[in-house]
Design a protein around this ligand. Structure first.
Ligand SMILES: [Zn+2]
Length: 76
């Protein structure tokens, strides 16, 4: 299987294993995780995409915060 990916914002081909990709990963992130979760070829493209999709992104963040808060409450 090819390790090339296409940027979700601009369509440019990039290689998460060999070059920077975004969201940025920690230094020791495995190649498998990079290939599974990289979506953008540059930070600018990621920011542009987030801005274009700001409504949906805000809902996603709110939803994740809500889930995390409820999980924390259950553990307490
Ligand atoms: Zn791009």
């Amino acid at each position: 299987m090819s390790t090339a990916r296409y940027c979700s914002n601009c369509g440019q081909k990039y290689y998460p294993k060999s070059y920077y990709s975004y969201p940025a990963f920690y230094y020791q992130t495995s190649d498998e995780e990079k290939l599974a979760y990289a979506r953008f070829h540059s930070q600018g493209c990621m920011n542009d995409w987030l801005n274009k999709n700001r409504r949906a992104f805000a809902r996603l963040v709110d939803e994740i915060e809500y889930i995390n808060n409820n999980n924390n409450r259950e553990r307490a």
